[in-house]
Design a protein around this ligand. Structure first.
Ligand SMILES: Cc1cc2nc3c(=O)[nH]c(=O)nc-3n(C[C@H](O)[C@H](O)[C@H](O)COP(=O)(O)OP(=O)(O)OC[C@H]3O[C@@H](n4cnc5c(N)ncnc54)[C@H](O)[C@@H]3O)c2cc1C
Length: 360
């Protein structure tokens, strides 16, 4: 989503942008549909490997040293230093350690942080693949409009799936709560077949990517003496949509700022670093709470709400502002109440039009 791009300065090189996204289309399990399209860009699709490479290069240009194929196997902190041991047995010592090693974080495990992340009721599971279909194929699959992301239910109703257009590929995947996704591969394979049928296209499968979606980051300890967890390692993922890239980048920015002050003050203990948890809570908690609330109501909730607000400019504006990071989920009720008097004539007109078209 666009708010992720804002974290890194609001601009990405054109070559990285697969599609510019302006809207979302939901197909719901009861057959209803809802569409929200904005005149403002709400996000982009990218290839993660190219995007990650770009971020890595920015870090290196800013002075980081990159060591590839060097998996960390253990981390520890003591009064004097933070230490990581890598696979070949070498050790690296530093004043601070940032655990940015994803949802299966070795750093968090070694330091005894976030022990609950193995609890399948608290994490999601997802599987995704990119399918090469060529530009023509993307055009056909999206009815000539590749700027809209499709969200589609998987057959088990508990997980959801997506078709995200890229330039010559479609990213197709499923995700859901870990407890319901034990048979992840078969849910994905069934979804893949269903999408082929839906699009009347053969989608040759190359490589499935599986991942945990670590949630509940604000409910667990992400800081200890000399160490901070960020991103998926810290569990910062939207519990409804599984979106985590923007939160990973934002938490990285917070960690850097807190460590900067800690170095200035010469304080390395957990209490001094706890400002990080405060910053993350302040920035993410309203969003995560609202997303968890909506997510816990499941697809029945989406079926009750989305089709009724579909097509209204106000609804598309709200979706666009959330995606662009201009407001959080928690601001939605206030924004609707504030905008309603101004938008009421348009809303009434749309209701009348829809009633007239029904009665014809
Ligand atoms: C199927 C699927 C689809 C998703 N789609 C979206 C989406 O559309 N939008 C969105 O915002 N989010 C999406 N997410 C979530 C998103 O991918 C994550 O939230 C995000 O990547 C978190 O970033 P991160 O840097 O914290 O972790 P990661 O991106 O997982 O990066 C962790 C890094 O640490 C490295 N690493 C791991 N272990 C070690 C080790 N022991 N030693 C050294 N290095 C290590 C890894 O190689 C990797 O480079 C999706 C997730 C899944 C599973």
């Amino acid at each position: 989503m666009y708010h992720g791009i804002r974290v890194i300065g609001g601009h990405l090189p054109r070559r990285l942008v697969e599609q510019r996204i302006f809207g979302l289309r939901f197909s719901l399990p009861n057959g209803a549909k809802a569409e929200f399209v904005s005149d403002k860009m709400i996000g982009i699709t990218v290839f993660r490997n190219r995007f990650d490479e770009y971020l890595t290069k920015r870090a290196v240009d800013a002075g980081s040293e990159l060591m590839e194929d060097t998996p960390v196997i253990h981390a520890a902190t003591s009064d004097g230093t933070a230490i990581v041991r890598v696979k070949d047995g070498s050790e690296f010592h530093s004043r601070f350690l940032i655990g940015a090693d994803g949802v299966n974080s070795v750093v968090s495990r070694s330091l005894g942080l976030r022990p609950e992340r193995k609890d399948l009721t608290k994490v999601g599971l997802g599987m995704e693949s990119d399918f090469y279909v060529g530009e023509d194929g993307v055009d056909r699959a999206t009815n000539g409009n590749p700027s809209v992301l499709e969200i589609i239910p998987a057959r088990n109703r508990i997980s959801y799936g997506w078709i995200f257009p890229k330039r010559e590929h479609l990213a197709i995947g499923v995700a859901g709560s870990g407890v319901h996704m034990r048979a992840l591969r078969s849910v994905f394979d069934q979804f893949h077949r269903d999408v082929e049928e839906r699009l009347h296209m053969h989608l040759p499968l190359e490589k499935r990517r599986t991942c945990f979606l670590g949630g509940d980051g604000l409910g667990s300890r992400n800081v200890t003496d000399r160490a901070i967890l960020v991103g998926d390692a810290a569990g910062f993922v939207d519990p409804m949509m599984g979106e985590g890239i923007a939160y990973a980048m934002k938490s990285g920015v917070f960690a850097a700022a807190v460590i900067d002050s800690a170095i200035e003050e010469g304080k390395y203990d957990a209490a001094s670093l706890s400002e990080y948890q405060i910053l993350c809570k302040k920035e993410f908690s309203a969003n995560f709470r609202m997303a968890a609330w909506a997510g816990s109501r499941g697809t029945a909730f989406a079926e009750r709400i989305l089709p009724h607000v579909s097509g209204y400019k106000l609804a598309s504006d709200v979706m666009s502002m959330v995606a662009r990071g201009e407001i959080g989920y928690a601001d939605i009720p206030y924004l609707i109440l504030k905008s309603l008097p101004r938008q009421l004539p348009g809303v009434l007109m749309q209701v009348v039009k829809s009633k007239m078209s029904v009665s014809y």
